[in-house]
Every structure is written in structure tokens, then in C-alpha cells.
Design a binder for this molecule. Structure first.
Ligand code: NAI
Ligand code: 2PC
Length: 358
């Protein structure tokens, strides 16, 4: 019998209470691994059916609606975060994220986020819509988690299995909007960041982020923060670079990278194309990793260099880059990441005994 209360609704405020790094990182890593397997290729292994997402332009340039469906089969969520009876049981999720990107929203009065999302979860038995979950924070957290996972496997693991806990790094954040802010705080909380370089087109925004970070309880006191006057200044001497803007012009150039290489770049944002923030001469010397080859084929047309591999295959097979490599994680964002995180959040909410429709 249908649930008379369906679909359940979980607000942004409720979702936020259940987001934490172990839960989100585990769910995102599950999605990245699962996407490597084709549907039904190995029985009982995790797999993803993820058709290419659609982009619908709205009234003005810079206003777009993305439709992001995914089925993730046979994956496990074991972290304490997802908890309850659901822990460690293979599960499957059918979901669709609807997300808009309106790049001038932060200039509105009052300002609004550029990215606004909702995630729909469907019954595997009947196909009915069971849950609508606010997805704006999930989008931010899962995108940052993908960068954290990429940095662990494409940068730190070059230096051994414990390097992400032991090795001190300098991190550059280019673009201090919603993504840049969370990249900055997450990288400082998850890794040993000795130097954090912040750059934003409007410098005051980078200065505000610097002050906020320093006032955050528990913020790593060993991290020195520098607000930079140019992206080049932020990039120079950095081991890890996270770039998350709407720039149609390159902000990261080869001449600014450490001459000895040994650099990892998380290319998160986009102008008209995903790869416009990083110069062709960086792509030319780098190994390029993506979240999904299938999405790359339709969304990275014109990329200046070939793709090395999916991040999920590096995680699965331990095929880490050489120490001196320059690597780029070209993050596009995947529906399967949203599906796995939304499922983990729903599990955590239900195991807490919290009532839906809040
Ligand atoms: N890879 C993924 O999975 C995801 C990627 N994104 C992308 O990340 C980027 C940032 O998103 P949010 O932080 O939510 O946006 P936001 O609007 O909060 O921040 C954007 C930042 O970029 C800066 N910026 C904008 N245009 C610029 C330009 N032409 N040159 C230099 N700086 C510029 C702004 O000053 C602002 O601080 C966007 O391109 C968005 O589409 C967002 C969500 C997921
Ligand atoms: O994956 C995602 O949600 C997005 N990628 C670019 C804009 C939003």
C-alpha cells in the first residue's frame, strides 16, 4: 500500500544536522568506485547507471537547470554516520537531482547562493517518489568530499599509505565563494595545512574568509593564512590547488606552478566549459583524472589533452601517480554522488528516530 505521507520532505536545516565528513566522504568514495563498473559487469559488485545529465538554459546567460538521474546498485555504507540497521548491508538507490546554477545570485539583495538543488529519491519496488531532500548543502559537501578524496589518492598516496596524515602541505584556494569557503575549511580540518593561500576576484571576500577561518573554534593554529592579490601569487609554491569560480579565462598557468612539479589541482568550477579555469599549458603537462568518463565524453569536448583515468579506478587499483607528477582532478559532479550521500543522510535521519516532513 502506498505511504499516505509520501513523499517525505527533508529541509536544508534538517539535512545540515546530519552532514559530517566521515558520512559524506564514504558515500562519495562509494559512488566514485561504483561508477567504474558497468551495469551487471560483475555480479554483486557496486555499479552505476548514470545517463549523461541534461543542461537546460533559462532566460539569461549564466542561468541553467541540470537534471541529474542515477541508479547506484549493490553499494555499502559502513560509516558510523549512516548508522543503524542500514550499516554494512548492500543497498541500491534510485535518485534524481535537480539543480540550478544562476551565477549572478550572490549579487542579488539579499544575496542568494549560485547553486540551488533538491534531490528526489524513488521506491525501488514501485518507482514512486518517496523523498524530496534539500540538496544545496549536499552539493557543496559532496563536491568538496570529491576534492578531498582526489587529493588523498592522487597527491598524498604518491608518498606512501600514511602521507595524508603526516605530510604538511601548502594549499591555494582560487575563488572564495560557497565552494571555495568549504574547500578551505575542509582541507584545513582533514589534512596538515601549514600554509593556506586565498585568492578571490573581490579581495575583501578572501579577507572575510581568512577572518572567519581564524575565528572558527578548533581551526588549526599551525595554519598560516595569506590573502593573495592574484591567482598566480596564490598558486606559487602550492602543493595542492583548488579552483572554484565561474571564470571563462584561465586562472592557473604553468609558469606559476612549482618548477619541480609534484602538484595536484582540483578543478571544480566552470565558465562556459568545465576546464576554462586552468590554462591549456597546464593540461598539456598534467595527468588528467575525471569523476566519470561517460560524463567527460559529453562535457569535456575540446579539452587540450587526453584523460588518464577515472578517479574511482585509482582508488580501486592503487595506481597512484609518480611523486613529481602534476595531476588535475577535473571535477564535473556526478548524480551518483548525490544519490549515495542523500541515501546516507536519510539513513542517518531515520536511525536517529527523527520524524520526516521537517
Ligand atoms: N564540480 C562540481 O561538482 C561542482 C561545481 N560547481 C561549480 O563551482 C563553481 C563555484 O560555485 P560556488 O562556489 O557555488 O559559486 P559562488 O558564486 O558562491 O562563488 C563563485 C566565486 O567565483 C568568483 N568568480 C566568479 N566569476 C569569476 C571570474 N570570471 N573570475 C574570477 N573569479 C570569479 C566569485 O568572486 C566567487 O567568489 C561554479 O562554477 C559552479 O558551477 C558547483 C557545484 C558542484
Ligand atoms: O554537479 C553539480 O551539482 C554541478 N556541477 C556544476 C554545477 C552544479
Amino acid at each position: 500500500m502506498s505511504n499516505p505521507l509520501a513523499p517525505f520532505y527533508y529541509s536544508e536545516e534538517t539535512v545540515r544536522r546530519f552532514l559530517n565528513w566521515p558520512l559524506v566522504i564514504e558515500a562519495v568514495e562509494s559512488a566514485l568506485r561504483a561508477v567504474v563498473a558497468m551495469s551487471g559487469s560483475t555480479p554483486n559488485e557496486p555499479f552505476v547507471n548514470q545517463p549523461v545529465r541534461s543542461f537546460t538554459s533559462s532566460r539569461e546567460p549564466g542561468q541553467v537547470l541540470l537534471t541529474m538521474p542515477a541508479f547506484v546498485g549493490n553499494y555499502k555504507l559502513t560509516s558510523a554516520g549512516s548508522g543503524g540497521d542500514a550499516a554494512n548491508i548492500p543497498r541500491s538507490t534510485l535518485a534524481c537531482k535537480l539543480v540550478t546554477s544562476f551565477s549572478s545570485n550572490p549579487q542579488r539583495e539579499p544575496p542568494l547562493p549560485s547553486i540551488n538543488a533538491n534531490i528526489l529519491l524513488f521506491s525501488l519496488e514501485t518507482g514512486e517518489l518517496t523523498t524530496i531532500m534539500a540538496g544545496t548543502d549536499i552539493t557543496t559537501w559532496r563536491t568538496v568530499a570529491a576534492s578531498l578524496v582526489a587529493t588523498k589518492h592522487l597527491y598524498f598516496r604518491r608518498f606512501g599509505p600514511r602521507a595524508e596524515r603526516e605530510r604538511e602541505i601548502t594549499v591555494a584556494i582560487i575563488g572564495c565563494g560557497v565552494q571555495g569557503q568549504m574547500h578551505a575549511s575542509a582541507f584545513c580540518s582533514q589534512f596538515k595545512v601549514k600554509q593556506l593561500n586565498l585568492y578571490n576576484r573581490t579581495i575583501a571576500k578572501a579577507q572575510r574568509l581568512s577572518e572567519q577561518l581564524q575565528q572558527t573554534p578548533g581551526f588549526a593554529s599551525q595554519t598560516k593564512i595569506t590573502v593573495c592579490n592574484s591567482p598566480g601569487e596564490a598558486v606559487q609554491g602550492s602543493d595542492v590547488i583548488c579552483v572554484a569560480t565561474y571564470s571563462k579565462e584561465p586562472l592557473v598557468y604553468a609558469a606559476d606552478l612549482r618548477p619541480a612539479g609534484c602538484v595536484h589541482i582540483n578543478a571544480v568550477g566552470a565558465g562556459e566549459t568545465h576546464y576554462s579555469e586552468v590554462a591549456d599549458n597546464v593540461y598539456g603537462l598534467a595527468q588528467i583524472y575525471v569523476d566519470s568518463n561517460a560524463n567527460a565524453q559529453s562535457e569535456l569536448i575540446g579539452l587540450a589533452a587526453p584523460i588518464t583515468a577515472e578517479l574511482g579506478s585509482v582508488i580501486k587499483h592503487g595506481t597512484y601517480p609518480a611523486e613529481s607528477a602534476v595531476t588535475i582532478f577535473q571535477s564535473m559532479g556526478m548524480a551518483s554522488e548525490d544519490a549515495c550521500v542523500a541515501q546516507a543522510v536519510q539513513d542517518a535521519i531515520l536511525s536517529s528516530g527523527r520524524l520526516p516532513n521537517v
